[in-house]
Design a protein around this ligand. Structure first.
Ligand code: SF4
Ligand code: FES
Length: 228
């Protein structure tokens, strides 16, 4: 079955079940995404992909909303671009985006002002360096949830990490904040591969950036407790 609707003023036809994001991409229309990843289940957490759907009071996240007959959708209306710009400005005000090239490119494209919310509290966190494979720097984490999803049902079925804390204190972490070697983590690296911000980084890359030799990996503390 197919559905027909209006996308940016043009009539388009799509397979039933496709999201607005799928249809837009199929028609060469660029919609920015952050939390969405082809390999993970879309959860509509970041809202950067919002579009305007006629008759809907609030903007709709295109990564989860399905295309339907007779919809009228605008992907670049003034309201949409204003919302995206504000989301980017809020992200920039509360976290370290210095190693998130895709998000930085969006900031440029949407003319987002990195200093719009100077009074905002920044998410600060010490680098967690507790295993031989990767470091975790949650001051760079925008809570996209991709790492949790690949660690769980979307790919690896390992469940080593999840959300912890509430509200502004929310962050990704292990149960009881255990060091990675004390968890079910199998060091597969899937989480590092999907992280869009450098919050998760291979240990080797981290050491090289610090001007250290990757050989230090073999002698560092792995965080695993010695058996008695
Ligand atoms: S650590 Fe990276 S992948 Fe995980 S939620 Fe944060 S930004 Fe997303
Ligand atoms: S990409 Fe759709 S809500 Fe994040």
């Amino acid at each position: 079955m197919t559905v027909t609707f209006i996308l940016d003023g043009k009539e388009v036809t799509a397979e039933d079940g496709m999201t607005l994001l799928d249809v837009a991409r199929e028609n060469g229309i660029d919609i920015p995404t952050i939390c969405f990843h082809e390999k993970t289940t879309a959860n509509a957490l970041c809202r950067i992909c919002v579009v305007e759907v006629e008759g809907q009071r609030v903007l709709q996240p295109s990564c989860i909303v399905k295309a339907a007959n007779n919809m009228k959708v605008q992907t670049r209306s003034e309201r949409v671009t204003r919302a995206r710009k504000t989301i980017l400005e809020m992200l920039s005000a509360t976290m370290d985006l210095s190693e998130a090239p895709e998000v930085l490119a969006m900031m440029k494209e949407y003319n987002a002002d990195a200093n719009r919310f100077p009074e905002a509290e920044r998410r600060e966190s010490e680098v967690k360096d507790d295993n031989p494979m990767y470091i975790r720097d949650y001051s760079k984490c925008l809570l996209c949830w991709r790492c949790v999803q690949v660690c769980a049902d979307d790919v690896q079925y390992t469940y080593a990490i999840n959300f912890s804390g509430r509200g502004f204190e929310t962050q990704i972490g292990t149960f009881f904040d255990k060091a990675i070697p004390e968890t079910t983590c199998v060091m597969c690296g899937q989480c590092v591969g999907v992280c869009p911000t450098g919050a998760l980084k291979p240990k080797r890359e981290f050491l090289l950036e610090q001007g250290k030799s990757p050989n230090e990996i073999s002698v560092m503390n792995t965080g695993r407790k010695k058996r008695k």
